[in-house]
Each structure stands twice: as C-alpha cells, then as structure tokens.
Write a protein of this length. Structure first.
Length: 198
C-alpha cells in the first residue's frame, strides 16, 4: 500500500491534489526495518551476531546416545542426525502432541530441538557463520492417529532458523510427519542438511 492509498483510506485528509503532493513531501513513510547497504538489518547480520544480539542461548552440544555421528560433512553439505528437544539442564521435553500436549508446547519443543542442532553445528564447524543456508529439514512429531498439525509444530524449528540465518537462507525444503513414538518419549525429533562454506 503506497502513501496515496493510505490517504484514500482517510489516514491523511485529501483536500485537493496540492495537499496530496504536500503530504507526500512532508510525511515520508516510516520504515520499521531500516536497510544497511540495501539489506534489512537482520539479513545484514551474520548468524553469530544474531545469536549474540538477541540473547539466544544455545545448550551444550547433545551427547551421542547411540552408534551414529551427530554431524557428517560431505563436500559443502553438513548432515545432522536427528536431534531431540533436550533442555539446558539435560531434561527431555516429553509427551504426545495432541494427547496431553498442545501444539504450542510441541512448537516450543521443536524450537528447543533446533537450538540443539545449532549447538552441534557450532561445535562441529567452529562457528555458525560457516552455514550458507538451510537445505532440508525432516521433523517427526510424537502424536496420535488423526492429528494433522505436524507442520505447525515443526514451525518452531523453522522459525528459529529463519531468525538466525535469514529470510531466504534460513528457510529450506522440509517434511513434517507424525509418528507413534520417539526416543525417551520426546515430543519431536528433527534432522537437517545444511550447506556450508570453508
């Protein structure tokens, strides 16, 4: 919506064409997200700056709990094994979404799983600034039959990555599925593929 359309809706009286032009001169539209070198402020910040500036607290990298590697790098791709929503104190976020746990609680668990993924990436790569973009996420939601809001739950992780890596690079391809159970009874498990630079 441009300024003249705003005036047509009555926010700025339109007495005549001169007053419309004068309003355009005297009342520039306020930009709530100013640009830095042509980019939005968040886009202009690198991932580590976002983590620091917005006080996003990463937990310790989760310990390996089976016969697998949490992170495998092949070429310019980093493959993350499934990560659980483990809190900073080591407690898992357990429960069945849609049966005792709400979608919002599941979404919070997905964000926590995402924080654990970021912790693994930082530990393995040395810095989150080495991540070029999110390529693909697979999210599993512990939920009963008939539950259909798996994407809304996994949004908790996707929104975190968009916040950290940016509007474009933080959003990749994704699948969100429901399962009848997950390790330790947690609400979600999420794995991912990331493109990295040297």
């Amino acid at each position: 919506m441009d300024l003249l359309e705003i005036m047509d809706l009555g926010f700025i009286p339109k007495a005549n064409e001169f007053s419309r032009q004068q309003a355009t001169w005297n009342y520039p539209i306020f930009d709530a997200c100013p640009k830095v070198l042509g980019q939005d402020i968040l886009t202009a910040m690198n991932p580590e700056e976002v983590i620091s500036s917005f006080a996003i607290q990463l937990p310790p990298p989760p310990a390996v709990a089976g016969l697998y590697k949490p992170l495998v790098i092949v070429g310019d791709l980093a493959y993350l094994s499934g990560h659980l929503p483990i809190m900073n104190d080591g407690a898992p976020m357990v429960g069945e979404v849609g049966n005792g746990k709400t979608v919002e609680e599941g979404k919070a668990a997905a964000r926590q799983a995402g924080l654990n993924m970021l912790a693994t990436l930082r530990f393995g790569l040395g810095s989150l600034d080495r991540v070029s973009r999110v390529v693909k996420l697979l999210g599993l939601v512990n939920s009963p039959g008939g539950f259909t809001q798996h994407p809304q739950v996994i949004n908790g992780c996707s929104e975190l990555f968009k916040e950290v890596f940016g509007e474009d690079n933080g959003v990749g391809a994704r699948s969100a599925l429901g399962v009848s159970g997950l390790p330790a009874g947690v609400m979600v498990e999420i794995e991912g593929i990331f493109q990295i630079n040297s």
